[in-house]
Ligand binder design. Structure first.
Ligand SMILES: Cc1cc2nc3c(=O)[nH]c(=O)nc-3n(C[C@H](O)[C@H](O)[C@H](O)COP(=O)(O)OP(=O)(O)OC[C@H]3O[C@@H](n4cnc5c(N)ncnc54)[C@H](O)[C@@H]3O)c2cc1C
Length: 295
């Protein structure tokens, strides 16, 4: 496997594809996940990323799954890490474990407060912000660090300007790429990109794409992260309330159209929220003619 550090990706040429997965709850789920990975490996993605559960709840699973992805499945791996609910010592131990396992790519996040708690409260002995985590990781040049970006403005930001100013701090702290929250109208992404560039941020900005799998699920995700479901998409979804197969077919069509528009606008990569399911991501990437991946 060629090393694909985040700080060497997105250099132009073919767009870099990445695929986000989450830790399954059961051993059967884990085996299913690795079947998904085997299938999606054929698309030659630049990396797979593994989420880190709310308030550090999947810590051991996330680290073990990243190890298996990198060292058994043989795919480039980016580990999501958060600071919420953890001491500095725990976060440092996560970084040390990743290094021991040969993993250098990290997506550095603050993380959401635990369910039912609307406000973020830093751990008394913990890092307070994503910026502190980025700085900590980047103290060691081993790590290459990605961060989140918010086309529709993060729910906790005072306004767009404050959100972009904070993003600028994350890049100044040593992050090299911005992976965005999902969105269903490219206009949000393009407007965000315009603000990012006007703020003098030159790092690659990679759109996050969710191929819709079911109506209930997309409504839940959109509500959780504050993504707008545009009226045209909402009208179409109403046809598939009880029909997941139909929703997934529409999801492939919508994601393909979104990606076509984004690629035409010159994005350097696409980050897919695969939800551990291979079919929709595979179909979208094939529709785009990007299934040959990197040479
Ligand atoms: C690609 C991607 C992957 C994700 N993966 C995970 C995951 O694996 N696990 C998980 O739990 N969550 C994940 N999330 C969600 C993430 O936890 C939420 O966005 C969370 O609400 C904030 O974490 P963050 O690192 O994105 O926040 P930050 O970017 O640190 O903060 C979010 C916004 O809040 C404001 N803000 C925060 N702190 C300050 C400050 N000190 N001063 C001023 N403004 C501030 C800024 O406007 C900032 O843009 C992911 C999000 C994305 C986009």
């Amino acid at each position: 496997m060629a090393a694909m550090r985040l700080d060497r990706l997105y250099q132009g040429g073919a767009p870099d594809i990445s695929i986000e997965l989450f830790p399954p709850k059961t051993p059967e789920g884990v085996e299913g996940l690795f079947q998904t990975v085997e299938q999606l490996k054929r698309l030659k993605p630049a990396f797979f990323s593994m989420t880190y559960g709310a308030a550090g709840s999947t810590r051991d699973a996330t680290l073990a799954l990243c190890d298996r992805l990198k060292n058994q499945a043989g795919v480039e791996t980016t580990c999501h890490l958060t600071v919420v609910g953890q001491s500095k010592a725990e976060v440092r131990e996560n970084l040390a474990q990743l290094k021991r396992r040969g993993i250098y790519n990290v997506l550095a996040l603050r993380g959401d407060p635990p369910a039912g708690d609307p406000t973020f409260k830093p751990h008394p002995d913990g890092f307070q912000t994503s910026v502190e985590l980025i700085r900590e990781a980047r103290r060691d040049p081993w790590f290459a660090v990605a961060v989140s970006g918010f086309p529709e403005v993060h729910q906790e930001a005072r306004d767009r300007a404050a959100d972009i100013a904070y993003l600028k701090d994350k890049i100044a702290a040593g992050a090299c790429v911005i992976l965005t929250q999902l969105f269903f109208d490219n206009a949000y992404f393009l407007e965000f990109l315009d603000h990012v560039r006007r703020a003098g941020i030159t790092a690659p900005v990679v759109p996050g794409i969710l191929p819709i799998l079911s109506v209930t699920q997309v409504r839940r995700f959109a509500a959780l992260c504050g993504a707008t479901i545009p009226p045209a998409v909402a009208r179409e979804l109403a046809n598939y309330e009880q029909d997941d197969a139909g929703a997934a077919r529409y999801g492939i069509e919508l994601a393909t159209r979104q990606c076509e528009g984004l690629l035409a606008a010159g994005v350097p990569g696409l980050h897919f929220y695969a939800l551990n399911r291979p079919r929709s991501v595979e179909a979208v990437v094939q529709n785009l003619g990007l299934d040959k991946g990197r040479p």
